[in-house]
Write a protein that binds this ligand. Structure first.
Ligand code: PMP
Length: 398
């Protein structure tokens, strides 16, 4: 049943069907776009394109209405339990969203003696901006202690490394939902339970939105930030969802600046497409593909899979690996491996992964899947990786 759902869904992606000899496995970098998104943008730009706000004519009013509609759609998409209280702010992506929260919200909230917990092994977009907020308040004589969440490569990326950093002084916790290298799912519920209701939790959902159902009601977080372009929408789109912040605080210039109207239209179409496709099914499919690749790699002696080790054990209590598998070959450099795979039509991310502050900086190869990827593609990749395994090394084949 899942297979026939998936093969129909794959047909929705013109770029995929147009390139049968190419295998796109760099979805953590950006996703491909379904026809519904491309059509929505073309329709908008060919029928009623205008700037938003203060319009005296129908196209401008219609554009404003589309933006308002998309804000409401984001609230529903994130299962917002109190849509009348929350703010939805369109930004250019996760990087900008997190920076705006650090600069325009956190830097104004911090008090002397506060502590914040930051994830050093995360994507730089989420590891760095919080320290800038702390530096800014330090210039006003406010001392805030930064507690970096440590990353131990022998363990999973999950709440167990974070919880020891939390104490009664903790004011703010920044964390990622699904890690962009290790694929592990941070158990946000456990963090909320340990931190209590008053600590502000900001979630970098760049790798989870569009891949699995995300409910802010269940997760009980205060901020969610994500990039539209990783979730089937156009580049230059992103969202800050803020539990209690309705005002224009995060929109540089508020309505004084022009919003990315066609990008917001694409985001609306992308959310509709994702909901129709079914996020539950997308999650099951991508988790299964990643598990298949991880299991296959485990049988090959030349490869080491990074992170999320516990999920490989039969008694795994906590973690699930989402659609991201990162590995190294013992002899072939990751960059070289990236080129070898590219020569065979496989598009993966090789070398570093934007981790500026901490984590495993050694280079690696990341395979990241989405709904349109198939079992055959994973098996084909595994076949190639097997040819590069110890017994049949690259010198014999390349
Ligand atoms: N956070 C995570 C976890 C990411 O994977 C990425 C993108 N790779 C970002 C933040 C930054 O997203 P963007 O480039 O869209 O701003």
């Amino acid at each position: 049943e899942l297979r026939s759902w998936q093969s129909r869904l794959r047909e929705d992606f013109p770029i995929i069907t147009a390139h049968p000899d190419q295998v796109y496995l760099d979805n953590a970098a950006t996703s491909q776009k379904p026809r519904a998104v491309l059509d929505a943008v073309t329709d908008y730009l060919t029928s009623e394109n205008a700037n938003a706000g203060r319009g005296t004519y129908p196209w401008a009013n219609r554009t404003t209405a589309l933006i308002r509609h998309t804000e409401q759609q984001v609230r529903r998409f994130l299962d917002d339990p109190e849509p009348e209280r929350s703010g939805v702010h369109f930004v250019s992506g996760t990087t900008e969203g997190l920076r705006l929260i650090a600069r325009d919200w956190l830097a104004r909230q911090l008090r002397d003696g506060d502590e914040i917990v930051v994830p050093d092994a995360d994507h730089s977009a989420n590891a760095l901006p919080w320290r800038e907020a702390v530096d800014e308040v330090a210039r006003e004589g406010i001392t805030v202690r930064v507690r970096p969440m440590p990353y131990d490569p022998a363990h999973d990326y999950d709440h167990r490394a974070l919880l020891p950093m939390v104490n009664e002084r903790t004011r703010f916790i920044a964390t990622t939902h699904v890690h962009h290298v290790y694929g592990g799912d941070m158990n946000v519920g456990r963090i909320r339970a340990a931190a209590g209701p008053d600590v502000v939790i900001c979630l970098d959902a760049a790798q989870s939105v569009g891949h699995l159902p995300l409910s802010v009601a269940d997760l009980d977080v205060d901020f969610v930030v994500f990039s539209g372009h990783k979730a089937m929408a156009l580049p230059g789109t992103g969202v800050i969802w803020a539990r209690n912040e309705r005002g224009p605080r995060f929109v540089p210039g508020g309505w004084a600046g022009s919003p990315n109207t066609s990008g917001i239209v694409s985001l609306s179409a992308a959310m509709s497409w994702l909901q129709e496709a079914g996020l539950e099914r997308i999650a099951r499919w991508t988790v299964a593909l990643a598990a298949r690749l991880t299991d296959g790699l485990r049988h090959l002696r030349s490869y080491e899979v990074l992170g999320c080790q516990r999920s490989l054990a039969a008694d795994s209590p906590v973690q699930q690996r989402h659609g991201i598998v990162t590995f190294r070959h013992h002899r072939i450099g990751s960059n070289d491996l990236g080129f070898i795979l590219a020569a065979e039509g496989f598009m993966v991310r090789a070398d570093g992964h934007c981790q500026a502050a901490g984590g495993e900086t050694t280079s690696s190869v990341r395979v990241s899947v989405h709904a349109y990827n198939t079992v055959e593609e994973i098996d084909c990749l595994l076949g190639l990786l097997e040819r590069l395994d110890e017994e049949g090394g690259p010198s014999r084949r390349y």
